[in-house]
Design a protein around this ligand. Structure first.
Ligand SMILES: Cc1cc2nc3c(=O)[nH]c(=O)nc-3n(C[C@H](O)[C@H](O)[C@H](O)COP(=O)(O)OP(=O)(O)OC[C@H]3O[C@@H](n4cnc5c(N)ncnc54)[C@H](O)[C@@H]3O)c2cc1C
Length: 402
């Protein structure tokens, strides 16, 4: 067995899930994170059944559930008329999965949980303020240059995992194209205390179709145990941050969405660029890309992080088997062969379709979309098939490596 550690660039949720999965198989790991702490900006919160199954195998399910909110259902609404169009219930998957529900758990909580668990392993370390600045690959191993507080050092490893996010230094160092496009509009996320469930009957995850301004709502547990809601809206291309996020503009936007007496209490205002991109390759020699460094997508459907966790677990399974001598090294090619097509077929296609459905302008197409969703929700066979796909269960069941 090669004794050198697996090096991981990035302690985001995907990097540390990979680290934990490897460490639990007795594989030494070293994680290098450029920032001083886990990023707690409001990003992913939706963990789908297929991901919960994997987190359960890693022993994380109870903690993730305790720190999050169980969301059995999600809804589609027509925003202009505030009509509920269809509701989907994961309970219909009770014969398909041990986790027939979604857990809304903020991604920084998952990352912190993994980092906490890694402390139990002597062969695992997580280094903050340690950016991977360059990488090298040879037939016998990898080498990474780590920049930490003005000093640079070189670290050797058996393999390297680039889990360093959408702007991945690892991907760029490997000269791998990030194929796809960036949307002209950005997405605004407003976090508010207003209880949309109590006031309007909104499920903990809900999507609002609107030809002028679609929206999405997610309830999260919050850090202080006081729940909050994240409302996502598109912005007008070219609008600057101040125009989008000033207090009067965000208040007006929320009042237009659901009018209420008194002002909205807004906790955070965040604006994100949104992309649909997939790396041309997920592996070069002993170096791999996982999570956002390999693929990015719009957040409608809550699939990006989920797909990244699936990458991390499959890669850790393959790498640990190879390092423990249970499989030939050539099996590592299964990682890209399985994960890249799954991302394109399930995550890219689905998130693009989700966005199109929410922003559809043609009245006849909008009504046809609503009718289709209603029909699916009312028919148990189609309801189940729809959720098998949106929960990513279909994608993981389809391609389990031998
Ligand atoms: C508004 C919004 C909502 C979203 N909602 C969902 C959702 O509900 N469900 C879902 O599945 N996905 C969602 N996503 C997507 C999700 O947030 C990302 O897919 C997820 O963060 C990817 O995790 P990651 O670990 O791959 O990358 P990141 O979270 O970006 O982590 C990468 C880490 O690498 C570090 N790093 C960068 N460069 C280096 C370097 N050179 N050396 C060392 N470290 C480095 C960074 O500091 C960072 O900590 C959402 C995204 C947004 C923007």
């Amino acid at each position: 067995m090669e004794r050198e550690p697996v090096l991981i660039a990035g302690a985001g949720p995907v990097g540390v899930v990979a680290a934990l999965a490897l460490a639990q198989r007795e594989i030494p790991v070293k994680v290098f994170e450029a920032a001083g702490q886990v990023n707690d900006a409001p990003r992913a919160s939706t963990l789908h059944p297929a991901t919960l199954e994997l987190l359960s195998d890693l022993g994380l399910l109870n903690d993730v559930t305790a720190q999050g909110l169980v969301a059995p259902t999600f809804q589609f609404w027509d925003r202009p008329t505030r009509r509920l169009i269809a509701e989907f219930d994961h309970a219909i998957l009770k014969h398909d999965t041990s986790c027939p529900f979604v857990v809304q758990c903020e991604q920084h909580k998952l990352a912190r949980l993994c980092i906490e668990r890694l402390k139990a392993f002597q062969h695992a370390e997580v280094n903050f303020l340690s950016a991977v600045t360059s990488i090298g690959d040879s037939p016998n191993g990898v080498e990474a240059t780590i920049a930490a507080s003005s000093a640079e050092r070189s670290v050797r490893g058996s393999y390297l995992i680039g889990a360093d996010g959408g702007r991945s230094t690892v991907r760029k160092a490997l000269n791998i194209d990030f194929e796809g496009y960036t949307f002209p509009e950005r997405f605004l996320v407003l976090t508010t205390r207003h209880d949309f469930a109590r006031a309007h009957g909104v499920a903990f995850r809900a999507y609002f179709s609107d030809p002028d301004e679609w929206a999405a709502l997610f309830k999260v547990a919050g850090n202080d145990g006081r729940a909050a809601w994240r409302a996502v809206f598109p912005t007008i291309p070219g609008q600057n941050d101040e125009d989008v996020a000033n207090e009067a503009a965000t208040e007006a936007r929320l009042q237009k969405f659901f009018p209420k007496s008194g002002r909205y209490e807004v906790l955070h205002r965040n604006i994100y660029h949104v992309h649909q991109r997939v790396a041309a390759r997920f592996q070069k020699g002993r170096i791999f890309l996982v999570g956002d460094s390999a693929h990015v997508n719009n957040p409608l459907g809550g699939l990006g992080l989920n797909c990244g966790i699936h990458d991390a677990v499959l890669l850790a399974t393959l790498l640990s088997s190879v390092l423990l001598g249970e499989r030939p090294r050539s099996d590592l090619s299964q990682y890209e062969a399985i994960r890249r097509p799954i991302n394109i077929e399930y995550v890219q296609q689905q998130t693009i379709a989700n966005k199109k459905r929410l922003e559809e302008k043609d009245p006849a197409t909008r009504e046809a979309n609503f009718e289709a969703l209603r029909k699916i929700s009312k028919d148990p066979v189609n309801h189940r098939a729809f959720l098998m796909r949106t929960s990513l269960l279909e994608s993981v069941r389809k391609r389990i490596p031998e």
